[in-house]
Ligand binder design. Sequence first.
Ligand code: KG4
Ligand code: ZN
Length: 339
Amino acid sequence: MLILGIESSCDETGVALFSTDAGGTLLAHALHSQVAMHQNYGGVVPELASRDHIRRIIPLLRTVLASSGRALAEIDAVAYTQGPGLAGALLVGAAFAEALATALGVPTVPVHHLEGHLLSPLLSGNPPRFPFVALLVSGGHSQLMRVTGVGNYALLGETLDDAAGEAFDKTAKLLGLGYPGGPALAELAERGRRDEVKLPRPMLKSGDLDFSFSGLKTAVLTKVRELAAITDQQRADIARGFQDAIVEVLVSKAIRAVALSGLQQLVVAGGVGANRELRRQLDAAASRARIAVFYPELEFCTDNGAMIALAGALRLQAGLAGKVAGAFAVRPRWPLTDS
Ligand code: KG4
Ligand code: ZN
């Protein structure tokens, strides 16, 4: 089976072709990031995002067909992100996928964006096996899930306010860094001194697996205000203090979730999973706890079409039928446990 995957939930247009033959192979994938376009506005402008997806989607499809040497007529199903995300951006991918599948006479597979993220480590050379615990840390979500199989997800804990990526982005803005803030803040933190700025560890001892990150951003705001004129070193120290706080909470709760679930594998997915300090600390804690940690390849940490093509393929293989192409609705807000 040849599955086309389309991602357009936010500021990246992703298209990929996945073949289920020979144990499953990603044949080609292509991505266009809108970061440069939104940078001028300090964040994602939804209307511009939708229009850009329209411009990019067909050229990206042509690219993956050309680089895989496959023809449109060979496609057996079209998977696309149905939600959650920006309504207008989702509509572009959904309308395109449904129209193309109608023309080809093949089914569509509407995919939950977070399902794509949490299955993305299966694209790597050393994939995890079901069941595992997933730490999903993206710009819109921070969740711990028990993943028993494809389509079988139980929520163990989640953020009560800001998502981890959102906290990175908002804090970066407070420190005068550009959009997207996460990678910029992480880079600045590398130059910061450990324990020079000590910030709270929200809900570290709450006894449950939930998170709360909005207070951290406020703590940073207070620190910045205390300093009349902020030096580059002070900014780096604050970035370091922020990153260390968020990483400590994420690592502690993720390891605890695996221990409580009685499993031995942890999968980390979503954009914040690209954070180097998070990876360093998780690897160290996991090895102490004798847990195996799995990350997606760096290019599949942030939004991409490959994870959507893979999720579509795995859903079809698991007998979770696709739908007849044609009528559709997007789901800008959509809990993963309802998928
Ligand atoms: O998964 P993703 O690409 O999009 C969503 O589904 O939200 O995640 C994007 C988020 C942004 O908040 C971005 O700042 C954050 O991931 N991010 C990072 C890093 N790279 C991306 N946060 C911290 N450190 C990074 N290296
Ligand atoms: Zn995402």
